[in-house]
Ligand binder design. Structure first.
Ligand code: FES
Ligand code: FES
Length: 157
């Protein structure tokens, strides 16, 4: 199997990653120790493997690692700011949007991308639900996740 070296940034740090053409990004990053990336379904249904690539939330189980050449990747490991949780992480914890935690890294990254989109007014509940529709949770029933996103929006104003 051909092995290729790709250059990218992971959480702001330049990396050279050894990949094969068919390897999903989730496998490559987990092998590097980014274990926040969960492998739930591995077919693009659950969002547990969500990371940001150049600011866009993607399912890393469906994203070939070779596509990350030259790109900037963010995972939950890089979200702490000066050793403290990001406002999204804090809001999830304070709203009770974390139970078993399996889906949480994916939700945190998807929420981070959702909140970064420019908008003139806070999202409606339906917009939040639609924005996070690619992320599944078996524990929380989603209401606390919605509340966490609302908390982020209100604290940003
Ligand atoms: S593990 Fe990637 S979407 Fe489920
Ligand atoms: S907190 Fe358990 S799956 Fe979401």
């Amino acid at each position: 199997m051909n092995t290729l070296i790709i250059d990218c940034r992971v959480n702001g740090v330049k990396q050279q990653l050894s990949v094969t053409p068919a390897m999903p990004l989730s496998d490559v990053l987990r092998a590097q120790g980014y274990l926040s990336i969960k492998q739930g379904c591995c077919v693009g249904e659950c969002g547990a493997c969500t990371v940001l690539v150049d600011g866009v939330a993607i399912d890393s189980c469906l994203y070939l690692a070779v596509w990350a050449q030259g790109k900037s990747i963010r995972t939950v490991e890089g979200e702490r700011v000066n050793g403290k949780p990001s406002h999204v992480q804090k809001a999830f914890a304070e709203s009770g949007a974390v139970q078993c935690g399996f889906c949480t890294p994916g939700f945190i990254m998807a929420t981070t991308a959702l909140l970064a989109k420019p908008r003139s007014q806070p999202m409606t509940v339906m917009q939040i639900r639609q924005g996070l529709a690619g992320n599944l949770c078996r524990c929380t029933g989603y209401q606390m996740v919605v509340e966490a996103v609302q908390e982020c929006e209100s604290s940003a104003q």
